[in-house]
Design a protein around this ligand. Sequence first.
Ligand SMILES: NC(=O)c1ccc[n+]([C@@H]2O[C@H](COP(=O)([O-])OP(=O)(O)OC[C@H]3O[C@@H](n4cnc5c(N)ncnc54)[C@H](O)[C@@H]3O)[C@@H](O)[C@H]2O)c1
Ligand SMILES: O=c1ccn([C@@H]2O[C@H](COP(=O)(O)OP(=O)(O)O[C@H]3O[C@H](CO)[C@@H](O)[C@H](O)[C@H]3O)[C@@H](O)[C@H]2O)c(=O)[nH]1
Length: 329
Amino acid sequence: MTTVLIPGGAGFIGSHTVRALQTSGFESIILDNLSNGHKSSIPENSLFIEGDIQNRALLDEIFTQHKIDAVIHFAAFIEAGESVVNPLAFYSNNTGGTLCLLEAMTEHGIRPIVFSSTAAVYGQQETVATLSEDLPKKPINPYGESKWAVECMLRDTAATGALDAIALRYFNAAGSDPEGKTGELHDPETHLIPLVLQAASGKRSSIKVFGTDYGTPDGTCIRDYIHVCDLASAHVKALEHLLALGSTKGFYDAFNLGTGNGFSVRAVIESAKRVTGTDFAVVEEGRRAGDPAVLVADSSKARKHLGWEPLYPSLDDMVAHAWNFLKDR
Ligand SMILES: NC(=O)c1ccc[n+]([C@@H]2O[C@H](COP(=O)([O-])OP(=O)(O)OC[C@H]3O[C@@H](n4cnc5c(N)ncnc54)[C@H](O)[C@@H]3O)[C@@H](O)[C@H]2O)c1
Ligand SMILES: O=c1ccn([C@@H]2O[C@H](COP(=O)(O)OP(=O)(O)O[C@H]3O[C@H](CO)[C@@H](O)[C@H](O)[C@H]3O)[C@@H](O)[C@H]2O)c(=O)[nH]1
């Protein structure tokens, strides 16, 4: 059986991917320091190691004691706004932590890695409606920079023949496992959809709209929301792609993952009101630092080369699945 090390597997997207890997017959070993993840998100029958990707001795122990065939790497700090306030923490954990992981992988001869990159590597592109992979990388926040630096490390190391790597540039992860086994449990929560749903359930008195003066049709930021189960299936496809290469020459490529549909902050709020049948207060605030106005994916490359297709492209479905998980928490 193929065994995959999953740093960050106790988090939102990682825990959904562990389940998708199980369904596809892979074995997972989860490494997570629980800084933002939850033991309760991990399926019972997977091996969990509590620890940090920056702990090189622990990585050596894991790679020596277990037969690891590949790595799917989610472990990172994730809030773009917070990265503007605390950039060094993001460079240290996201870039420094991944450097430690890559050094350990290459020394132990483990080649395939799927990496969680982000739409934030594109920053604000002026002239294009949807973002394709080859556009210039112009992050406008340290979070995006910290992830782009990792992509450069992967590209350059693959060029030496030491790694086979795929960077998946997700747009905005949303939704929840439709069976309700796992979901989004960030603490503190900063993401729009779960915060709107907290307003819908009365856990917070209102939802704030960060910026109403962007150059978009309703003045609020537009994002491409992608169901977390569709992200999970893309990881399985990317892993299978790497494992099928059988090459020792080194491989690197990057793929966008989104639906290609952009929704404004106001559209997300309307969806939540529709799906939950509730009404709640909406408070207009100033812009949040580090937010591009529009991020919408061209994901045709992933569809073509990975054979990936999102199964849940509807925003209302994503909001409804998130609501199923969050409404009683
Ligand atoms: N959520 C999104 O919309 C989104 C979009 C694009 C990219 N991403 C990327 O996807 C990945 C997963 O995001 P998520 O939403 O599941 O976040 P998450 O916070 O739920 O998961 C990240 C996990 O990594 C763990 N972690 C962090 N630093 C660690 C370290 N040094 N050592 C070990 N474990 C560590 C956390 O405890 C957490 O369980 C991240 O790399 C993020 O940058 C997320
Ligand atoms: O209370 C809130 C929270 C968010 N927003 C806005 O909603 C949009 C989406 O914000 P959020 O849900 O925080 O996601 P992003 O900042 O777009 O970042 C997410 O999506 C990126 C990819 O696009 C990932 O890289 C990041 O890790 C992930 O946090 C932004 O315009 C925010 O300003 C509000 O108006 N009010």
